[in-house]
Design a binder for this molecule. Structure first.
Ligand code: GUN
Length: 292
């Protein structure tokens, strides 16, 4: 069993980006600038956003954190978005999800300027991605594609099962893996909460991407020998033996599944760091596109 080291791979990507930023600086160009907007920051969301800001510092980007109160109205949030759209200093930004219940997520994502939408969540960019036109790819599926590519895991003609149909991970992942591209050309099955014979399907898979947000959902009896496992989940599970009172669990029961897997991503240190690296890559692209 080989661990797919997302942390190391993401660090390699960050080093590549840092070299590009250095060149931009030497040539007197503009430094990429990423902003992150967060509403009513809870512990987990703030941790994610802070790691995105820290990653910017590491590669030499400028970054801005817009931390807004939980009782902010939808209109006020849309005003903040408009400010970011107009701000010529900012190349790209993300609105950290989930948003509080009183705010219409779709309306907010639609308000983001597609040219600054480094998450790739705007319908214009989802459409471009689907049609294989150049655009920002959503960072998590993009990170998984990159991880498969860098570890030279064959996807062409393989049977891939994506578990979960979220707009952020499962759906775009299923689209990208089926496309004519590197780490593509797979025969993709998307399974979800209404799938009746899930185990029958996962047992036949060469590669399984699990993106459900359900701790340790995929167990050893559901996979075949030699499978490649990509675990997107990261859930805080109560654990009184830990100082902070919780541990981080993936969507995969690591102990049983890793006994059968040829390749598997750990949690933490697998998909998570890759997501951040690809967000930086998208920001660099946004900055370069602006200069054209
Ligand atoms: N919440 C969970 N994943 C993501 C992500 O990739 N981007 C944003 N903006 N919010 C998230």
């Amino acid at each position: 069993m080989i661990l797919l080291d997302g942390k190391k791979t993401a660090n390699n990507i960050k080093d590549e980006i840092a070299i590009e930023v250095k060149k931009i600086k030497e040539n007197g160009g503009r430094i990429p600038h990423l902003a992150a907007l967060i509403v009513g920051a809870d512990g987990a969301s703030l941790t994610y956003v802070n790691s995105k800001v820290k990653a910017c510092q590491r590669v030499g980007f400028n970054s801005t954190l817009v931390d807004l109160p939980i009782d902010l109205t939808e209109e006020q949030l849309l005003n903040e978005i408009e400010l970011l759209n107009k701000d010529t200093e900012i190349d790209g930004y993300i609105v950290q999800l989930p948003l509080p219940k009183h705010i219409d997520e779709q309306k907010v994502l639609m308000a983001v300027d597609p040219l600054k939408d480094v998450d790739g969540f705007h319908p214009t960019n989802v459409g471009k991605m689907t049609l294989e036109l150049p655009t920002f790819l959503p960072a998590t599926p993009y990170g998984i594609i990159e991880l498969l590519e860098r570890y030279k895991i064959e996807t062409s003609g393989k049977s891939v099962v994506v578990v979960g149909r979220s707009h952020i991970v499962g759906r775009p992942m299923s689209i990208l893996l089926s496309q004519k591209r590197k780490a593509g050309n797979a025969t993709v099955t998307l399974v979800h909460s209404r799938t009746t014979n899930l185990k029958e399907i996962t047992l036949k898979a060469d590669i399984i991407v699990v993106a459900l947000g359900s701790a340790e959902f995929l167990t050893g009896d559901m996979v075949q020998e030699g499978v490649t496992i990509i675990d997107v989940g990261i859930t805080r599970v109560k654990d009184d033996s830990r100082k902070n009172g919780y541990r981080l669990a993936g969507d995969v029961h690591f102990e049983s599944v890793s006994k059968k897997a040829a390749y598997i991503t750990p949690v933490p240190g697998g998909v998570g760091p890759m997501t951040i690296a690809m967000l930086l890559k998208n920001t660099l692209l946004a900055c370069k596109m602006k200069g054209l």
